[in-house]
Design a protein around this ligand. Structure first.
Ligand code: PEP
Length: 253
């Protein structure tokens, strides 16, 4: 059975003070929650605070992005996989829709980051998902296929999926307050798992596929109850400790 996983994506939010308050709130409440893996992904500049606050707790931490070059070297403004590992990160989000749409990250670049992260010792959280116009045009599955195929085509991509997490995040549901219905989300999760099973049934049965897109404590339970949904990637609601902890509890089995 797959163990649930709830991860918070803090995006470009927080100050040193507010992040420390959030970290200590999450740490103190998470200790009592069992049956779910929990992680937070602060902005790069706050990862050191997470490492200090969360060491020895049941909350892991990770990055929101990484450079596709292993480095070290002349890549101004970038953060390497080694730097994330040095700060004790276990996870890294790759291919978040904001990276794809606002910063032009291609499927191929995302796939390269995904493989580099996994091969270097991080567990990548690969985000996939369709835009509103793509859903309305009925091409959701084609979009997901394209995003997954880029990973399959990358050398080492299929193997990397053995130590990875996928997050299905319909772009129209991210930060909008719109949530896919549990049935809509389940249908896409099942599709993703089928596509993975075409390549490797054991990997497909074991990989965790998270749902992301306006998850809150009020809807987490019914979403996480779907058979192919193994937890959530949480944006806005992960910025309040109580709310995030309630979502983690909804994931606990
Ligand atoms: C996200 O950014 O990954 C996300 C799911 O955001 P939100 O929960 O705010 O929709």
């Amino acid at each position: 059975m797959r163990r649930s996983f709830v991860a918070g994506n803090w995006k470009m939010n927080g100050t040193s003070d507010s992040v420390q308050t959030l970290l200590s709130g999450i740490k103190s409440g998470a200790g009592a929650i069992e049956g779910v893996d929990i992680a937070v992904c602060p902005a790069f500049v706050h990862i050191g605070l997470a490492a200090q606050a969360l060491a020895g707790s049941n909350v892991a931490w990770g990055g929101q992005n990484l450079c596709d070059e292993a480095g070290p070297g002349a890549f101004t403004g970038e953060v390497s996989v080694g730097m994330l590992l040095d700060l004790g990160c276990r996870y890294v989000i790759v291919g978040h829709s904001e990276r794809r749409t606002l910063y032009g990250e291609s499927d191929e670049l995302v796939a390269a980051k995904f493989v580099l992260a996994e091969q270097t010792g991080l567990t990548p959280i690969l985000c996939v998902g369709e835009l509103l116009e793509e859903r309305e045009a009925g091409v959701t599955e084609e979009v997901i296929d394209r995003q997954l195929n880029a990973v399959f085509a990358q050398e080492g991509g299929l193997a990397a999926l053995n130590n990875a997490v996928i997050a299905y995040e319909p772009v129209w549901a991210i930060g909008t307050g719109l949530t896919a219905t549990p049935e809509q989300a389940q249908a896409v999760h099942a599709f993703i798992r089928e596509r993975l099973a075409d390549r490797n049934e054991t990997m497909a049965a074991g990989i965790r596929i998270l749902y992301g897109g306006s998850v809150k404590s009020s809807n987490a339970g019914e979403i996480f109850a779907q058979p192919d949904i193994d937890g959530g990637l949480i944006g806005g609601a992960s910025l309040q400790a109580d709310e995030f902890l309630k979502i983690c509890e909804a994931g606990a089995v």
